[in-house]
Design a protein around this ligand. Sequence first.
Ligand SMILES: Nc1ncnc2c1ncn2[C@@H]1O[C@H](COP(=O)(O)OP(=O)(O)O)[C@@H](O)[C@H]1O
Ligand SMILES: [Mg+2]
Length: 1110
Amino acid sequence: MSKMEVKTSLLDNMIGVGDMVLLEPLSEDSFIGNLKNRFDHNEIYTYIGSVVISMNPYKPLPIYTAEKVEEYRNRNFYELSPHIYALADEAYRSLRDQDKDQCILITGESGSGKTEASKFVMSYVAAVCGKGQEVNKVKEQLLQSNPVLEAFGNAKTVRNDNSSRFGKYMDIEFDFKGDPLGGVISNYLLEKSRVVKQPRGERNFHIFYQLLSGASEDTLKKLKLDRDFSKYNYLSLDSATVNGLDDAASFRTVRNAMQIVGFMEDEVQSVLELVAAVLKLGNIEFKPESRVNGFDESRVKDKNDLKEMCELLGLEQSVLERAFSFRTVEAKMEKVSTTLNVAQAYYARDALAKNLYSRLFSWLVNRINESIKAQTKVRKKVMGVLDIYGFEIFEDNSFEQFIINYCNEKLQQIFIELTLREEQEEYVREGIEWTNIEYFNNAIICDLIENNQNGILAMLDEECLRPGTVTDETFLDKLNTVCAEHQHFESRQSKNSKFLTDHSLPHNCFRIQHYAGKVLYRVEGFVDKNNDLLYRDLSQAMYKANHSLIKLLFPEGNPSKVNLKRPPTAGFQFKASVGTLMKNLLTKNPNYIRCIKPNDKKAAHIFTDSLVCHQVRYLGLMENVRVRRAGYAFRQAYEPCLERYKMLCKQTWPHWRGQARDGVEVLLTDLQVPVEEFAYGRSKIFIRNPRTLFFLEEKRRQCLEDLATLIQKIFRGWKSRRQFLLLKKSQVVVAAWYRRYAQQKKYQKIRCSALVVQSFIRGWKARKILRELKYKKRCEEAVTTISAYWHGTQARRELKRLKEEARRKHAIAVIWAYWLGLKVRREYRKFFRANAGKKIYDFTIQRIMQKYFLGLKKTTLSMSPIDKSWPAKPYGFLEGTHQELRRIFHLWRCKKYRSKFTKEMKATYEEKLAASELFKDKKALYPSSVGQPFKGDYVELSKNPKYQKLNSLVEDKVLLADVVSKINRANGKGAPRMFLLTKNNFVLADQKTGQVKTSVPLPDLSSVSVSTQNDGFFALRVKEGATSAAKGDFLLSSDRLIEIITKLHRIGSASADRNQIKIDISDEFLVQFKQDKVCVKFIQGAPKNGNGVICKRKNNRLLEVSVPSP
Ligand SMILES: Nc1ncnc2c1ncn2[C@@H]1O[C@H](COP(=O)(O)OP(=O)(O)O)[C@@H](O)[C@H]1O
Ligand SMILES: [Mg+2]
């Protein structure tokens, strides 16, 4: 628990006292006064220990909201103000956590709010228990069983517009986690007499009205019903409609609830058919018909209703009709049929109607049980909710009241037993001495009613079974003899002379002193009601019905199971079921809700003292308080007690460090509470008198007031101080900020001013400097301008002077020259001939030429024919001469050079020359061959011993011997071959062995083909028809192609009898291989990358040679 959680108590904000145990002084008046006080403040719940008293407010109160549920959830019983939720929570938690089966016993007069209370308990449990799809479905079914049962089992009475006319006990079953699994409903004693007759101002069961108002036209037609209530004898008309009850809407709710609970559509239909049949039955009337034997026999008056009812139930009309006129009595092996008079017929009709309806009701309960029963076999925890009629004391009390009051007597018994037992157990548990409590034990009254030998019920049964005439009077006589001695039995005729003159006790009545008061019972109808007779003819007629549900309801009508024994009497059945109920309740932990209604008018705000007093009396509430207070009135666990009162003692306030029990002991000693006023239990403190508790409470209240004042004082001081400190702090902050702001402003202003002043000064200074500078500049400009003007003037003057001078000098020179010329011409005219000028010119030229040649002679010129150097031309007019001389000199030095050649060199150069003629500018391979000397024999044939034999085979002189590649025509690959060329033929021999492969006479060759590229491929074509043409042409490759071809060509040109061999230079030529002609095509491949020439066979007719571009 967090520190801040507020611990509350029942004792807080109490109106009156929340727990009657604390009432001081305890009297009936104070008790009722307390109830009234609380009721007036809408506090409808009050405790007596753990019992909840509930006053019916007759108005909706806002205390059943989801928030309230949350408020009471998981809180201890005495922690909050009294509420039914506190009890439900206590019960549910002790069921879930301590595994104790619970029962919630709700008792009270009709209209006191029992049924509502039971619904609040169920809805609370539904709200706080587990959730989930399956669980929610179970909850929904359990909750929806209520509207169905209420429609069939509730009716408007003078006390309650929705009065339950049956007792109901419902076991809700939970699994180990506390999730609901299902439930079982038991019903007790439906008030079936209501089906045929209702007291003034009351109604029949709701369902009849709901069906007629809410069913569709179609349904009504099927059920052969009319919407008009007045058409039906069984429906009282004086209060057919009830304020605040919408029958039509309720009908829809009921149908919906039936669907949720799990009724099949045909089941609902059957149920409605039965309801309709009851209404029809009520309309059947009888008339007397005189018989010969003088007796009257009844006859059905108007057969239409009978017919319709039979149709509805699938009955044969005649069978039912007969059952209303005759009655068969079977005894041993005899069957006697007697006629029924009109009164008997009506009796039979009503008995049938009542039976039909009450059996239908029981079937409904069973059917609901079937739907809501738990689906598992695991052990279940059970919470029983008993909503049963309370004590009934009417003016006219009959068998029903007797039975009901008996039931209450039994409940009171277990109430006393269990309360005492619980009380005693608590004392034992807490180790406190148990002092015997005097209380009234009503076992003696129960005995009066239920004793098997001489109890009233046993007597009634005996009377009913006795042969001979049995009347209510004979029954009373019997009671008068048997029970006369009993303390609680009173009768006029009893032997006890005490009542002989008691005029409040009529002759046909007996009176029982119930624990809750005396009740006068009129014996009329006891025998009949106990017998609850339904003529066998009727039940057999019903069994014959062609209707599944009816057949099921009347099993005793089955002729094959005729049972001559009388069915158990109503009293017997009831006693048995009450017995089972009591046994069941005794196994559980009880929780009591005692309902009280404040007035008879169903009105809010009215509190009728006498009425409440009456209920308080017969509910034995005072008794209850007394029992509870007999030992110790109040008890509380040590912790909450210490928590609540610790402020009353210095040692325990504000914190007690030790055990709570010791704390409480210290506390009570300190307060000087008399020792006999309390006892220390194991976990609880027991306080004998409420006085003591109130003393503590009063002390606490005072103390709280003081504490509150103290707290207030300290808090106010603290608050003010805090406020002050805050203000102070704020003031400092504000002041600081303000000062800062003001300073900032001031500073900014000064700064601005300084800037302005500064700028003015700077401006002034600048302007001054500018002025000075401008002045200076203007002066300088003036000086410059003046000096420029001055220099200009000077310069122009000087220029003028110089020009003058130059003109003068030139004039002088010209004049002088003219004069000299004149003088010379005058002097030398006599020495010159006419062509002297030409001669002088020639002489000059001669001199220049002389100088040029001599200069040439002096320069040493290179004698190498390839040296291109030559002196520069000296004069432009000597250009032609100069070049001619150069040519001549070159020719001359070439001649000189050639004259040094030997014969071999000459041949070599001739060859080179031939090569040049053949290939220069035609084949790209040529330039590389220029520098190579043509050696001819590259294998040194004569010296190499390997080729000795080959050498000897060749007769002529070998002109060229070298290794070449012979290109395979199939794949373009080359194979090395020795290639020998002589004057007359060429030979191809194996390179290794020197063995001759082919020898072709040169005359057989027609031409040679080579490409223009930088490759060594050449094809030697053999003339067609030549002897060596068999093998076709030869495609060879050699680096020395130029030499080979040149030599081959020169051999042809050397001999006069032979044609020169033709040389084709082309990038595409044909080669004859045996039969095929193959085209050899040269293409320019990628630039040289080391791969060299690649020859590939492309197809049958194409060999492609890729030559790297240079
Ligand atoms: N706690 C309550 N708050 C508001 N109205 C109530 C409450 N309890 C009972 N009533 C009213 O009293 C009427 C009768 O209650 P009901 O539970 O049917 O009585 P009982 O079952 O004891 O005969 C209800 O129809 C309802 O109008
Ligand atoms: Mg009720």
